[in-house]
Write a protein that binds this ligand. Structure first.
Ligand code: ASP
Ligand code: MG
Length: 453
């Protein structure tokens, strides 16, 4: 049994849904359970409807409802043409849009929105796509059956970001989903949405369909989870910067998490943790390029010295020097307590006997921070720096990475260097305008040599 999840662009129009049907048809022998996102853009539009309505802009909100209706009915017209049940599906989708419109009217009357009502509105994207995809699959000979995800994904009542109840999900998956799979049926569920034990609709947070796929995969003990999206997989660098970035065929979970912290947007590893921790591999594939795409994410894939180059700009560095406190006990603790008090997380850290330097991704609380830090010593601030990292779980196993990296950066001004204790990344801080050059140089150093592939 495998879980096959399609993201928003992979169910965003009739052609995409046909490609998704081809993918599922090619995997029938593996007993797929299908999870779908809302058609791309729909969730954002639904959230906008709720907010607009609550602000009293009902006309604008209803116009967006009509846009969603037209788009989905147009997909029905193409995908379910000449299908006996087609008109019923279109009517059901239209009824869902009517429901969204009524909710919008209610929100306008109330003039106020709650997390609970926001989830109620947002859930319609996946409710519609799951129904539409199920019927489109059936029309193409796939024995699909819609399962309302809210009857399986049991969650807390922490609306907008509900926590899944793992035991309850396992029970429901065993009772509702597994028997269908055994009977040769392909269950199709909407991602992202769930319900409390009392049946109130919730959502798992934006991007939550990957989470649904992972929760179901873990509950059902799937062999694999496939995440179908619009990119080939994870790459060795951002291809907009490094033109010869390569597809990573296999990556460890900790490396993928590290890349996500640099803003790699393919998927958020936290959302696949439930499955990966159970040893279920997660694959990323491109619906438009099924044969040549694919990254496999595994908890304990072999360590590699260098897996990818990642970077983030707009970083601020703060250095606190306390010459008078040379070697004073507790100096570092006092510095970090201040960051903690101002809820500012630090990223790269480097220390000397008389100073500590840190980088901040988020410098919004800098003014208040400075007042406190200046009590400890001299403080200097530099803005517009960039953090560039070489990510690889085996980086610490090889002695030459640091030397090669610094050599590759040539005459570039490197302000900080740090090799994480877990040995998963080697990080340098450079001037913001040098970020892209640094990425290209490091990528050339570590990926144009056979030795690293
Ligand atoms: N439709 C939801 C969103 O746009 C969930 C997802 O696509 O994963 O955030
Ligand atoms: Mg997504």
């Amino acid at each position: 049994m495998i879980v096959v999840k399609f993201g928003g662009t992979s169910v965003g129009d009739a052609d995409a849904i046909c490609r998704a049907a081809d993918v599922v048809a090619s995997r029938l022998h593996r007993a797929p359970v299908v999870v779908v996102s809302a058609a791309s853009g729909t969730t954002t539009e639904l959230l906008g409807i709720a907010e607009q309505a609550a602000r009293g802009q009902l006309i604008g909100a209803l116009r967006s409802v009509e846009h969603i209706r037209e788009r989905h009915i147009a997909m029905c017209d193409v995908l379910l043409r000449d299908v006996p049940g087609g008109p019923d599906t279109a009517a059901e989708i239209a009824a869902m849009c009517d429901e969204v419109a009524s909710l919008a009217e209610a929100l306008t009357t109330l003039g106020h929105i709650t997390p609970r009502s926001l989830d109620a509105v947002a859930s319609f994207g996946e409710q519609m796509s799951a129904l539409l995809v199920t019927e489109a699959f059936r029309a193409r000979g796939i024995p699909a059956q819609h399962v309302d995800a809210r009857e399986v994904i049991v969650t807390s009542d922490h609306f907008n970001q509900a926590e899944p109840s793992l035991d309850a999900i396992s029970d429901r998956a065993r009772d509702r989903v597994a028997p269908m799979v055994r009977a040769g049926i392909i269950p199709v569920l909407g991602g992202y949405i769930g319900a409390t034990a009392a049946g109130v609709t919730t959502t798992l947070g934006r991007g939550g369909s990957d989470y649904t796929a992972s929760l179901l995969g873990a509950a059902l003990g799937a062999d694999d989870i496939e995440i179908w999206t619009d990119v080939d997989g994870m790459l060795t660098a951002d291809p907009r910067v490094v033109s010869d970035a390569k597809l990573i065929s296999q990556i460890r979970f900790d490396e993928a998490s590290e890349l996500a912290s640099f803003g790699a947007k393919v998927l958020h590893p936290n959302t696949i943790a439930p499955a990966v921790r159970r040893g279920i591999p997660v694959y990323i594939y491109n619906t438009r390029n099924p044969a040549r795409s694919g990254t496999r994410i595994m908890f304990d894939a072999p360590r590699r010295p260098v897996t990818a180059i990642a970077a983030k700009g707009d970083v601020t560095t703060v250095r606190v020097s306390a010459p008078r406190m040379l070697l004073a006990k507790g100096f570092l603790r006092s510095v970090f307590e201040i960051f903690e008090r101002h809820r500012t997380s630090v990223d790269v850290v480097s220390t000397s006997e008389v100073s500590v330097s840190v980088t901040l991704d988020d410098a919004t609380r800098l003014d208040e921070l400075l007042i406190d830090l200046r009590m400890l010593g001299d403080v200097s601030i530099e803005r517009d720096r960039a953090v560039v990292a070489i990510v690889g779980s085996g980086i610490g196993d090889r002695g030459d990475c640091m030397g090669r990296a610094l050599q590759a950066l040539g005459g570039m001004h490197v302000h900080m260097v740090s090799l994480s204790a877990s040995g998963i990344n080697l990080t340098v801080v450079v001037d913001g305008p040098s970020m892209q050059d640094a990425m290209r140089s490091l990528h050339a150093e570590f990926f144009s040599h056979e030795a690293n592939s």
